[in-house]
Design a protein. Structure first.
Length: 293
């Protein structure tokens, strides 16, 4: 099979983007959120699928296996900004979603989020992941996904990551921008991948209290058990095996699911350079990440 041409990264209002995320821009900006919508926001590879599946199970897990065993998660939790015909367009999928509430996913930096989400006071769940593991995961994702720009080798990729030359822009701007939003917008739950790895049950409790849900202890255990890395890796509805731009023999979508895999990728010199640069970019002492647990 002929290799598909990779999309080119370009500057879009100061943020790195590729065409499939800007093609539908007017419809994205004019998207009509409903008051009970839940927006799941993340930087790419921060654990979006994991938190989306947990919310999907919390809201719809008790309704029988129907959707969860036959409709891939990416159709159940539409990706707002995606526009790559013939695949369904994110905004159309969201408009037609039969569930209430609608769970909607986005990787947009906060300044690009359609204003109706704020006007409707929608609940927002933001999940962040430490920069080093996020970068490693993103590198492998770009290697396996021909729908993303060519990543180059690891050292080139890491420099681009530090310079913010990435699809959806700079990790540093993303996590900080959403953190700042949380300070002024109260319907907001900011969570961390590392916390979810450390104690998934505690994080499910926190999510439930934010969402106003009160499932039984057994239901919460069921959610936790269904959303383990191993189960999601086996599950065709969550492992992205249905997306043909992803070559899972290069690197599986459900790759490692660990905190600290960066240590297997960063050289000592890269780590020192990264830490030095990080200090300059991450000045807010309240926003702290863990690089091992
Ligand atoms: P790795 O590449 O480090 O393994 P996203 O969904 O935002 O694309 O993020 C994908 C990352 O989340 C991948 O990280 C994937 O393995 C990890 N992930 C997905 N589900 C997970 C789970 N149940 N437990 C731990 N990590 C998970």
């Amino acid at each position: 099979m002929e290799a598909r041409p990779r999309p080119e990264l370009f500057d879009f209002h100061g943020v790195g983007m590729i065409k499939k995320f800007t093609e539908n821009w007017d419809n994205i900006q004019n998207f009509k959120a409903r008051a009970d919508d839940i927006l799941i926001a993340t930087y790419t590879k921060a654990g979006t699928t994991w938190v989306s599946y947990i919310l999907d199970l919390l809201y719809f897990g008790h309704m029988g296996p129907d959707g969860q065993t036959s409709i891939p998660l990416h159709d159940r939790v539409p990706f707002l900004e995606i526009c790559k015909p013939p695949l369904p367009i994110g905004t159309d999928l969201a408009d037609k979603l039969p569930t209430t509430p609608r769970l909607i996913k986005t990787h947009l930096p906060v300044q690009f989020v359609p204003k109706s989400f704020w006007e409707q006071r929608c609940r927002v769940v933001y999940m962040a992941r430490n920069a080093k593991d996020n970068a490693v995961s993103y590198f492998h994702f770009q290697r396996m996904n021909s729908g993303m720009p060519e990543p180059g080798d690891w050292s080139t990729f890491l420099l681009n990551f530090m310079e913010g030359k990435m699809v959806f822009g700079s990790w540093y701007d993303h996590v900080n921008g959403w953190w700042e939003k949380k300070q002024i917008y109260s319907n907001f739950h900011y969570m961390f991948y590392e916390d979810l790895i450390e104690d998934c049950r505690r994080e499910i409790d926190r999510l439930c209290s934010f969402l106003g849900l009160s499932p039984s202890a057994e239901e919460k255990e069921r959610v936790k058990a269904s959303a383990t890395f191993d189960n999601m890796k086996q599950n065709k509805m969550t492992n992205y095996s249905t997306i043909d731009t992803m070559n899972q023999t290069i690197s599986p979508f459900m790759r490692k699911g660990k905190v600290g895999d960066w240590k297997n990728h960063f050289t000592v010199a890269q780590n020192e350079q990264f830490d030095e640069d990080y200090k300059q970019k991450m000045k807010n002492p309240d926003l702290k990440f863990r690089y091992e647990i």
